[in-house]
Every structure is written in structure tokens, then in C-alpha cells.
Design a protein around this ligand. Structure first.
Ligand code: EPU
Length: 417
């Protein structure tokens, strides 16, 4: 039963909570560390399940890892080369395992990655990743559930992404960093995690410009060197705690944030009437009694993040009126709706659109976390609900939120694991 959370709702949250390093930056930076021989030290790596799985994949490839006393993570890549094939058993547990494609191609010109697993939030194809590495000279084949890629004479190239995919941008950027000549990647993802990866690679000696804009230009270099780097704070964890304050009508200072990364979330939260204030210590959020309904469309950054959609739906369940939420990034991200309905929510889903009729209150129930962010949304609903909620399969939540029960407890939530 250790993967079950029990939450007694109805207690407003007060106090301050510190955000951990970003999951989606930490994962890609850990993968990118293999592009340098020797030791890399990463600060702020969150202690979450996805990181534990990634450590196993790295060790399986030949990387030595160690958690240091100061909380940093050391990754040591031997000079003799790494195994270039990820194991199916491990890779199926983690979508981010697909990022070894670009990193291994960059470092040793060949890679075999198992088609990845991860959250069940819709079809997650790899066509854009493949198109990108092919443009840089990789030959690619799909066999027995693996993508095999080899680049005999890789060279810089031009890539236009049909959609600004985060993973494709990361894979192509990593390969390009160690590919001779200039690569130009257009219509790239602009997420803060992309900028963090470019900054990290540049700190290792790469020459990447334009991260955070629509076009990234990379001058390939011959080799990269290890070093020390601190990962950005997790904007989605921050957003989740911001909604926890709003949905319980409490007041929480969310510390260790980069406020500009949170603007798409803060702006929507303010529209619901919640008070959101940037202070020199973090972002202060104060909930109000009458939550206003709002309409949301998820979009690539700087649009409203798909990773905050479920949590926002939980909040809008308690709004005074109806809200329309359109999911434009992943087609299967309304699974949480059926669980929220078990708690008394009134939501209709039609294709990519959810219409949420606010209700006066939610009631605790037995529910199931179907994916990471759905699980986060259920925690939020449970915090505001009358009575107790049992969240099964909370293991999905532990994949992405560090120490969530302790953090919630420290601001007054009644949570048991
Ligand atoms: N897509 C394609 N072809 C491709 C790649 C993507 O059609 O080759 C489509 C996908 O099907 C999807 C859309 O593009 O509809 C967006 O996918 P993207 O590649 O941007 O997402 P990702 O790299 O697989 C990362 C995060 C996700 C986050 C998305 C969007 C990591 C490890 N994962 O996934 O995080 O939702 O970007 O911002 O960085 C989460 O943290 O809960 C999570 C799922």
C-alpha cells in the first residue's frame, strides 16, 4: 500500500515551500553529461523515480554515478566509450530515455534506443527526432522495437520541425553539438528546459546560439568537457503548489522559482481571481472564495503548459461558472476527468475539449492516478474536498514530484502515505 496517498481535505494551506530542480531539465542534462568524457557534477537534481530509473539506464551504458554529501549528483563517463544500446526493460519505464539517441550519436556516432515508454498521455511518435538526425547525416532503421542510428560521416545540416517538439529539439541539438559544421534548426521548442540544455552544453564547450527563440544555430565542436552545473527550478512543481494555495483558499510563498518561467501559469491563475505576487523570495499566492471560470488552450512555451492542464482543471471544478479547456499537445490528457467526476466534478469531454461546470464542493473518494500530472490534479482536488480521498497508483506522482507528502505537510496538508 505504500503507493497510495490518503488526503483529508478542507484545510487551507499556509506557509512556504521550496521548489526542487526541474524534472525535465534534470533528465536531459543527465543524458547530455555522457557527451563529455570524465566527471560532470549536477546540482539540484530532484530525487524522484524518473531520475532513479535514468541512473539505472546510465549505469547500464557504462556511466558511474554517485550522490554526493552536498546533494549533487556526479556522473562519470569513461574515456573508452559507452554501450550504445539502451535496455528495453529500463527504457520502457521512461520516455526521456529516447534522448540517448542524440547524445550517443554525438559522442560515438551510433545509437540504438528502445522505443520509449513513460506516461500514457497519448501517442508519442519520434518522426521529428528521426528527420532531424537524418538531416545531420544519420542512417536510421526501425527494428524489433528499437531505433538504430549510425552516422558514418555526420555533417551540419538544416532542419525544420513541423511542430516545436521538446524532445526532438533536444536530440537534434545534442547531436549537432558534436557534428562538424553548422546546423540550423528551425521552429524549435522554446521551453526553459531547452535553454537550460543549451547553457549546460555551452558550459561544456559547445557553441549553441538562439535557444529560447524559434531558431537554434549550432557550430559543431570536436569534443566537450565535464564540469559543474545547477539545474533550473521546476516550473511545473511550482505551478502545482501555486494552485494548491488557490484551491484551498490559503496563502503560500513558493520559493526557488524563476518568475518569468511561471508567467503563463501566473497569468491564468490571476484570471481566476487568485492573488499572485512576485516577491524577492519567490511567488506568493493567496486563494479567494469565489474562483472565476477561465478558458485555457495548452500550447508549446510560452503558451499555457500541457503539464499544468490537469491541475488547472481540478481548480476550475470549483469555479463559479463554466470553463472551456482545449488540449492541443497530447490527445490523451483528459483521463483525470473520470477520476475528478468520482469526486463530484461536472465535466464533459468532446475530443480535445473539456467543458467544466463549477460545483460548490468536491467530496473525497477512492481514485486512481492515471499519469503523473493527473495524479497531481487529484492531490489538489483532494486538498479542497470534504472528507478523505484515497489516491491509488500514486507511484506516478512520485515519478515527478520530490518529497511531495513532506512538502505538503509542511504547509498544513493532512496527507498519509
Ligand atoms: N510529436 C510528434 N513527433 C515527434 C515528437 C513529438 O508528432 O517526433 C508530437 C507529440 O506526439 C506531441 C507533441 O509533439 O503531441 C509534443 O511532444 P514533445 O516532443 O514536445 O514532448 P516530449 O519531448 O515527449 C516533453 C516533456 C513532457 C511535456 C512535453 C511538452 C520530458 C521528459 N517530457 O515531452 O513532460 O509534456 O515535453 O511540453 O521533457 C511531464 O513532465 O509530465 C511530461 C509529460
Amino acid at each position: 500500500m505504500k503507493d497510495t496517498l490518503i488526503i483529508e481535505g478542507g484545510y487551507p494551506l499556509y506557509g512556504q515551500v521550496r521548489v526542487s530542480g526541474a524534472k525535465n531539465a534534470g533528465l536531459v542534462l543527465m543524458v547530455a553529461s555522457i557527451m563529455a568524457e570524465g566527471e560532470t557534477i549536477l546540482d539540484n537534481v530532484p530525487r524522484i523515480r524518473d531520475v532513479e530509473v535514468l541512473i539505472k539506464i546510465l549505469e547500464d551504458l557504462g556511466v558511474s554515478t554517485r550522490w554526493n554529501e552536498d546533494g549533487s549528483l556526479s556522473l562519470y563517463s569513461p574515456s573508452g566509450g559507452l554501450r550504445s544500446k539502451t535496455s528495453y526493460e529500463l527504457a520502457k519505464q521512461l520516455r526521456a530515455s529516447n534522448l540517448f539517441l542524440g547524445a550517443l550519436l554525438g559522442r560515438q556516432k551510433e545509437a540504438a534506443v528502445s522505443l520509449p515508454g513513460g506516461c500514457d498521455i497519448g501517442s508519442r511518435p519520434m518522426d521529428l527526432h528521426i528527420k532531424g538526425i537524418q538531416a545531420l547525416g544519420a542512417e536510421v532503421s526501425l527494428e524489433h522495437g528499437f531505433i538504430y542510428a549510425r552516422a558514418k560521416s555526420p555533417r551540419g545540416g538544416r532542419v525544420y520541425l513541423d511542430f516545436p517538439s521538446v524532445g526532438a529539439t533536444e536530440n537534434i541539438m545534442m547531436m549537432a553539438a558534436l557534428t562538424p559544421g553548422q546546423s540550423i534548426i528551425e521552429n524549435v521548442a522554446k521551453e526553459p528546459e531547452i535553454v537550460d540544455l543549451a547553457n549546460f552544453l555551452n558550459s561544456m564547450g559547445a557553441r549553441i546560439r538562439g535557444a529560447g527563440t524559434d531558431i537554434i544555430k549550432v557550430e559543431g565542436v570536436e569534443s566537450l568537457r565535464g564540469g559543474r552545473y545547477a539545474i533550473i527550478p521546476d516550473r511545473i512543481e511550482a505551478g502545482t503548489f501555486m494552485i494548491a494555495a488557490a484551491i484551498t483558499g490559503g496563502e503560500v510563498l513558493v520559493e526557488n522559482v524563476i518568475p518569468t518561467h511561471l508567467h503563463p501559469i501566473s497569468a491564468k491563475l490571476q484570471e481566476t481571481g487568485a492573488l499572485v505576487r512576485e516577491t524577492d523570495k519567490g511567488i506568493l499566492v493567496k486563494g479567494i472564495e469565489n474562483i472565476a471560470p477561465v478558458d485555457i488552450k495548452t500550447l508549446p512555451y510560452p503558451g499555457f503548459p500541457t503539464d499544468m492542464q490537469s491541475q488547472m482543471v481540478a481548480l476550475l471544478c470549483l469555479a463559479r461558472g463554466s470553463s472551456v479547456v482545449v488540449e492541443n499537445v497530447f490527445e490523451n490528457r483528459f483521463q483525470v476527468v473520470d477520476e475528478l467526476k468520482r469526486m463530484g466534478a461536472r465535466i464533459k469531454v468532446e475530443g480535445h475539449t473539456a467543458v467544466i461546470e463549477g460545483v460548490n464542493g468536491l467530496l473525497g473518494a477512492r481514485v486512481k492516478a492515471t499519469d503523473l500530472r493527473a495524479g497531481a490534479a487529484l492531490i489538489l482536488a483532494a486538498l479542497a474536498a470534504h472528507g478523505s480521498t484515497v489516491i491509488e497508483e500514486a507511484v506516478h506522482i512520485f515519478r515527478g514530484y520530490e518529497n511531495i507528502e513532506d512538502k505538503l505537510r509542511s504547509i498544513g496538508a493532512h496527507v498519509l502515505r
